[in-house]
Design a protein around this ligand. Structure first.
Ligand SMILES: [Zn+2]
Length: 267
């Protein structure tokens, strides 16, 4: 058995797995100031003591959560203080590995992009999660996309034009479903900006598959056509036709990936 906990900006999802299948599940709202206690409660209830993987929306370096833009409680914390024996990772790393596991065919490299409150990414390379020295793939904080102040403390990050915290993606999605012209135009532009943000990563990593997850991925059909068109223009040697693009398969992929990474000691 292994326990995986996915700490998101709005909810904490946890699962235990036995033989790769979900055996127990927990869901709590994320309350800043009570996140560590919620994690401890889940661990206690699960009975798991050895194989615990925890995905956190943090920039991690040397086991310290350097910055959790959406959860101030975790910022500056040595994560081992929460549960000493757990393996901690960026939430998008966990999600990328969960999505890799859920596909029968092991497309590799797998680049996962999470479009939610903020914008994050994760990478599976040669079958393993890639984290650099802690939290590689912080694609949301690549700059020069706007003049807006970002949660990271700097200006102009990709996240400031694509993240739900800044762009009103939820309302736009509701309107787009009804066929609202302005909302459809919004997602057409959104796709173009997403291509500008992802093209350098795709050119560098040459992924076999790009998985789009996060809450904004519900609008996938609305932003993908302009995304692919713009991407075609921005890439050299690689064409989008040569890459598989898919939506994330499961809302549990973050918790699942965290559990599997802990079970197999991949980090
Ligand atoms: Zn930023």
């Amino acid at each position: 058995m292994a326990l995986g906990i996915d700490v998101g900006g709005s909810k904490i999802l946890a699962i235990t797995i036995r033989n790769g299948k979900i055996s127990q599940e927990w869901k709590f709202p994320t309350k800043d100031g009570r996140v560590a206690n919620t994690i401890r409660k889940i661990v206690e209830e699960s009975g798991e003591r050895e194989k615990i993987g925890i995905g956190v929306p943090c920039y991690i370096r040397d086991g310290i959560c350097v910055k959790a833009p959406h959860i101030s409680e975790l910022t500056g914390m040595a994560l081992k203080k929460i549960i000493p024996d757990a393996i901690y990772m960026n939430d998008c790393t966990a999600m990328a590995y969960g999505e890799y596991y859920l596909r029968d065919e092991k497309h590799d490299p797998l680049l996962l992009v999470a479009l939610g409150t903020g914008v994050g990414a994760g990478l599976v390379l040669r079958g393993l999660p890639y984290v650099g020295r802690g939290s590689a793939m912080e694609i949301g904080h690549i700059k020069k996309f706007s003049n807006l102040e970002c949660q990271c403390g700097k200006r102009g990050c990709l996240e400031t034009i694509l993240g739900g915290r800044y762009a009103n993606t939820r309302k736009m999605y509701e309107q787009a479903v009804k066929g609202d012209a302005q909302a459809l135009k919004f997602f057409q532009e959104y796709g173009k900006k997403l291509a500008e943000g992802l093209a350098p990563a795709i050119q560098l990593l040459d992924p076999e598959i790009v998985v789009i997850g996060g809450s904004v991925s519900s609008a996938y059909p609305y932003f993908m056509p302009s995304f692919l068109e713009e991407l075609e223009a921005l890439l050299s040697y690689i064409t989008p036709d040569d890459i598989i693009f898919e939506r994330a398969k499961s809302p549990h992929s973050g918790a699942l990936g965290a559990a599997l990474i802990a079970e197999q000691r991949l980090l």
